[in-house]
Design a protein around this ligand. Structure first.
Ligand code: SF4
Length: 80
């Protein structure tokens, strides 16, 4: 499983931070930070999801009000 986080789209509501600890707050920027990710293209960050964090990652993606977090399973988009 893999997540993609769109920094540009994020509006800093921080629901994702409450769901999965891979997301941290950047209060100054008013944006979430996806830890241990790589910037695949400008402002789009990706990382693998550990097996034991799959549920948390899905909840984080579902909690985002602006769909800034996308979850892929075997290359198929499952959330949102
Ligand atoms: S829930 Fe969405 S809008 Fe809120 S901080 Fe996370 S990614 Fe950004």
């Amino acid at each position: 499983m893999r997540v993609e986080y769109d920094y540009d789209t994020c509006i800093g509501m921080f629901q994702c931070v409450a769901e999965w600890d891979a997301f941290e707050r950047n209060e100054d920027a008013g944006k979430a930070v996806l830890t241990d990710s790589e910037e695949r293209e400008a402002d789009v960050f990706v990382r693998d999801v550990p097996d034991d964090a799959e549920l948390d990652a899905k909840f984080a993606a579902r909690s985002c009000p602006v769909d800034a977090i996308t979850v892929y399973d075997d290359g198929e988009q499952i959330i949102p």
